[in-house]
Design a protein around this ligand. Structure first.
Ligand SMILES: Nc1ncnc2c1ncn2[C@@H]1O[C@H](COP(=O)(O)OP(=O)(O)OP(=O)(O)O)[C@@H](O)[C@H]1O
Length: 690
C-alpha cells in the first residue's frame, strides 16, 4: 500500500519546531540515525506517530517499518495515533489508514521472527514461550533434579535463581560480577549456580521452550550470523524504538545487529524517566547511542512540556535536579496556574484512603470525570486500603499493574492444556495438564510424558495410556479432548472446548468454583481478540493484560471509572488529577530498593515519573503512620512515616501543605468537681425502638 500523495495540507503544522525537525528528519531516502531526547510530556508519542506518518507519506512501505514499543498497549496506541495522523492528512480522500504489522514489543517481535526462522536455527516452529511463573517452575524442577534444593536450605530460591540468570543474560554480564554486585549472599554458590543454569538451558532446549530472556538472546544470536543479519536488516527499511531509556544491553545489541550503520534507525526516550533497572535496563543505552555511529547520530531534544501546569513542572524539575546524573534538559511550559502541587498529611493509611476517596468525589462534582483521575503508588500492595474504601463508597475503579490473573492456578490449568497441545514436547505443561484428571498423580504423569516423547503422534500415546483402573472413564474424555486440541484448531473454539472440559473438574479441584468460573469466562473473552492459538499463548505469556478490563469488551470501557496504577504501569500516560499514595520513605524509595546508590536514583526517577503524569492537579499524600509487611523475626508492624527524602526541605515552597488548619487541640481533661447525675444512655438507645 502506498501513502505518497500530493495533499497540500501540512499535517505537521501542529508540531513545534523541534518536534517537526524530528518528524521530518532525513528528507527523502533512508535517513541516518536519530535520537530524540524527549522530556516528560513533551510530545514524544505525538512526535513518533508523526514521524511514522511522515515516513509512510514519503513512500515507506508499512510492511517494512519495525516499531518497537514497551508494551502491547503502547504498540496498539501507536498504531491508532499514526492512523489518526494519516487520516487527518488523507482527509476527504478517505483512504484506509494503514496497520503496522510489525509494531510490538521486543519480545513479541522476537518471538515472531524466531518462528519464521525456526527451521534455519534449529528450533521447532511450535516452541512454547514460558512466562515468568513457568520459568520459575522449570528452574525449580531442575534445581530439584540436581539435588541442590535438598542439599541445604540456604541455596537460593527458584525465583532468585531465575532473577540471577536473567540479569546475566540481559545485562550481558559475567555471573561472578552479577553475584558480587547484586546478590552477594549467593556468591558462595557460583559453581552450583553455573551448573544449575547449564542444566536449565539444556532442559529448555530439550523441551523446545523459550523463556523471556531467550527471545532476546536467540534473536541477538541469530543476528550474529552474517547471512541472517543481512536478510533481517534488509527486511526493514525503518526501525523505530520507543522508551529507549528502558532497553537493556541485549536489546541495544539487537538494534545494532539489525542496522549496523544506523541508517533508518530512530530511537526516542527520556534519560530522566529510566525506571526498569531491576530488569537490567541501562540508561547508558540512550546516553551512548549517538557515538556508536560515524558520523554520530543526530540528536533532537524536546524540552517544551505540554502536559503540566508551571507549578507542577517546577516541583518535578526540582526533584529531578537533585539526581546524581545530569540530564540534558530542564522542561518548560506556558501553562500558567496559581495552584501548586499539594503535600497532604494524613494520620495513617485509612486516613489516606478516606482523603483520596473524598477528593476524587469532590473533583467529580467539579466536573472532572473519574477516568481523568488516577491514583498512583510504588507497589501494588499500597492501594489495598483504598480499594476497600472505593468499594464501600461504590466508586468504580480499574487497577493496572500487579494483577495476578494469569498466575491464578485455574487459569494456568486451562492454559497448560493448550500449551501442551501446541507443543507436546513441553513437559511442564503436560505434567500439569495430565494431573487435572482425577486419579492421576505425579508418577503416572511423568510416565505418560515419557510415552508421549517416545512416539511420533502424541495423541496416540495419550489415547493408549493406561491410567489405572480408577481413572479409565475420565481418561477417555481427557484423551478425546487432547486429540481434538492437538489435531488443530478452530480458534477460539478450542479454548472453549478446554474450558468446558475443565469446568467438569472445577468443583473437585477448587473450593471457590463460582469465582473461578467467572475468570475463565473472562479468559474466553480475552481470547477472542487474538487471531490464532499460538499468538494468544505467546502474547499472553509475554505481555499479560495488566488489568482484566483492559481487554474487556467495549461496554465496560464506556463506563466512567477511576484509575489505580503502579507508577511503572503509569508510564506514558497522563491525567487531569493525580494522587500519589504513601509518599514516605520506606514506600518511595521502597525499602526493598535502598541497597545501592543506583537503586536510590531509580526511585527518585520513579517519583519524577509519577509527578509528571499530572496535568492540572497533583497531590502527594503522606501518612504519618503506616503499616509495613516484614519478612523475618519482627513480623508486621506500624512505623512512623517521614516524607520521602526526595522532597527536601528546600523544595517545600514549591508545594501547598494540607490540611491548612492546624489539627484540633486535644479535649481538655474534665475537671473533677461535684458529681453529676448518671445518664442512662442504654435506656435512651432502647427507647429509639419502642
Ligand atoms: N505540538 C503540540 N501542541 C500541543 N499539544 C501537544 C503538542 N505535542 C504534544 N502535545 C500534548 O502534550 C501531551 C503530552 O504528549 P505525549 O503523550 O506525546 O508526551 P510524551 O512525551 O510521550 O510524555 P511522557 O514521556 O511523559 O509519557 C499530550 O496531551 C499531547 O496531546
Amino acid at each position: 500500500m502506498s501513502f505518497t500523495g500530493t495533499s497540500s495540507d501540512d499535517f505537521l503544522s501542529g508540531l513545534n519546531p523541534e518536534q517537526r525537525a524530528a518528524a521530518e528528519h532525513g528528507g527523502q531516502g533512508v535517513p541516518g540515525p536519530l535520537l530524540v531526547i524527549a522530556g516528560a510530556g513533551s510530545g514524544k508519542t505525538t512526535t513518533l506517530a508523526h514521524r511514522v506518518a511522515h515516513l509512510l507519506r514519503q513512500g515507506a512501505d508499512p510492511q517494512r517499518v519495525l516499531l518497537l514499543t514497551f508494551s502491547r498497549r503502547a504498540a496498539h496506541q501507536m498504531n491508532q495515533r499514526v492512523g489518526a495522523v494519516l487520516q487527518r492528512w488523507l482527509g476527504a480522500s478517505g483512504a484506509q489508514a494503514p496497520e503496522l504489522p510489525w509494531a510490538g514489543t521486543f519480545h513479541s517481535v522476537g518471538a515472531r521472527l524466531l518462528r519464521r526462522y525456526a527451521e534455519r536455527i534449529g528450533l521447532s516452529e511450535a516452541f512454547s514461550v514460558h512466562d515468568r511463573g513457568d520459568a520459575e517452575d522449570l528452574m525449580g524442577m531442575v534445581r530439584q533434579q540436581l539435588g541442590l534444593a535438598a542439599s541445604t536450605e540456604r541455596f537460593p530460591l527458584k525465583s532468585t535463581c531465575l532473577s540471577i540468570y536473567s540479569r546475566v543474560v540481559n545485562g550481558q554480564d559475567e555471573l561472578a560480577a552479577i553475584l558480587q554486585g547484586a546478590y552477594p549472599w549467593c556468591s558462595a554458590w557460583e559453581a552450583e549456580l553455573r551448573r544449575l543454569f547449564a542444566a536449565y538451558v539444556a532442559a529448555k532446549q530439550e523441551q523446545q521452550v523459550l523463556d523471556y530472556d531467550d527471545l532476546l538472546l536467540y534473536w541477538a544470536a541469530m543476528l550474529d550470523e552474517p547471512g541472517i543479519a543481512a536478510e533481517l536488516g534488509a527486511a526493514f527499511d525503518h526501525v523505530l524504538v520507543d522508551e529507549y531509556q528502558d532497553t537493556n544491553r541485549l536489546q541495544a545489541r539487537i538494534l545494532r545487529g539489525l542496522k549496523p550503520d544506523g541508517r533508518g534507525v530512530t530511537v526516542v526516550g527520556d534519560d530522566a524517566q529510566s525506571i526498569y533497572g531491576f530488569r537490567a535496563a541501562t540508561v547508558r543505552n540512550i546516553l551512548d547511542f549517538p557515538d556508536q555511529f560515524d558520523p554520530p547520530a543526530r540528536v533532537v531534544t524536546l524540552d517544551r512540556n505540554y502536559r503540566s501546569t508551571q507549578p507542577i513542572l517546577a516541583a518535578s524539575n526540582a526533584v529531578i535536579a537533585q539526581a546524581a546524573e545530569r540530564y540534558a534538559k530542564a522542561l518548560w511550559t506556558d501553562r500558567v496556574s496559581s495552584q501548586k502541587p499539594e503535600l497532604v498529611a494524613v494520620s495513617d493509611e485509612s486516613g489516606q484512603a478516606r482523603w483520596v476517596a473524598d477528593q476524587v468525589l469532590a473533583q467529580r462534582e467539579a466536573g472532572v470525570r473519574l477516568i481523568s483521575q488516577a491514583v498512583l503508588f510504588r507497589s501494588a500492595s499500597h492501594s489495598a486500603q483504598l480499594e476497600l474504601e472505593l468499594v464501600r463508597r461504590n466508586i468504580p475503579f480499574v487497577k493496572f499493574g500487579g494483577l495476578k490473573f494469569l498466575e491464578a492456578s485455574h487459569i494456568k490449568d486451562v492454559l497448560s492444556l493448550l500449551r501442551w497441545a501446541e507443543n507436546p514436547g513441553n513437559r511442564l505443561a503436560g505434567f500439569r495438564a495430565a494431573q487435572l484428571v482425577a486419579g492421576i498423580g505425579p508418577t503416572r504423569s511423568a510416565r505418560l510424558l515419557d510415552a508421549v516423547q517416545a512416539v511420533a503422534v502424541p495423541a496416540e500415546a495419550i489415547g493408549a495410556f493406561d491410567p489405572g483402573s480408577g481413572a479409565r472413564d475420565e481418561w477417555a474424555a481427557f484423551a478425546a479432548l487432547m486429540r481434538g486440541l492437538m489435531a488443530q484448531v478452530a480458534w477460539p473454539g478450542d479454548l472453549e472446548q478446554a474450558v468446558n472440559w475443565y469446568d467438569a473438574q472445577l468443583e473437585r479441584l477448587h473450593d471457590d468454583a463460582a469465582v473461578r468460573r467467572k475468570d475463565l469466562e473472562q479468559l474466553v473473552r480475552v481470547a477472542a481478540s487474538y487471531g490464532t492459538r499460538e499468538r494468544f499463548l505467546t502474547e499472553l505469556a509475554l505481555d499479560p493484560p495488566d488489568a482484566t478490563s483492559a481487554e474487556a469488551g467495549p461496554p465496560l470501557l464506556d463506563e466512567d471509572y477511576l484509575i489505580l496504577s503502579t507508577i511503572h504501569s503509569a508510564k506514558g500516560q497522563e491525567w487531569h488529577s493525580v494522587y500519589l499514595l504513601s509518599a514516605v520513605d520506606g514506600c518511595l524509595p521502597s525499602d526493598m530498593a535502598t541497597g545501592t546508590a543506583e537503586e536510590i536514583e531509580e526511585e527518585r526517577r520513579l517519583l519524577y515519573v509519577a509527578m509528571t503524569r499530572a496535568k492540572t492537579r497533583l497531590q502527594l499524600v503522606v501518612p504519618q503512620r503506616f503499616y509495613v509487611r516484614q519478612q523475618g523475626a519482627g513480623g508486621d508492624r506500624h512505623v512512623y512515616g517521614a516524607r520521602t527524602r526526595f522532597i527536601e526541605d528546600a523544595m517545600l515552597p514549591l508545594f501547598e501543605r494540607l490540611p491548612k488548619a492546624p489539627p484540633l487541640p486535644p479535649l481538655p481533661e474534665p475537671r473533677l468537681g461535684a458529681k453529676q447525675p448518671a445518664v442512662d444512655l442504654a435506656a435512651r438507645i432502647r427507647a429509639t425502638w419502642m
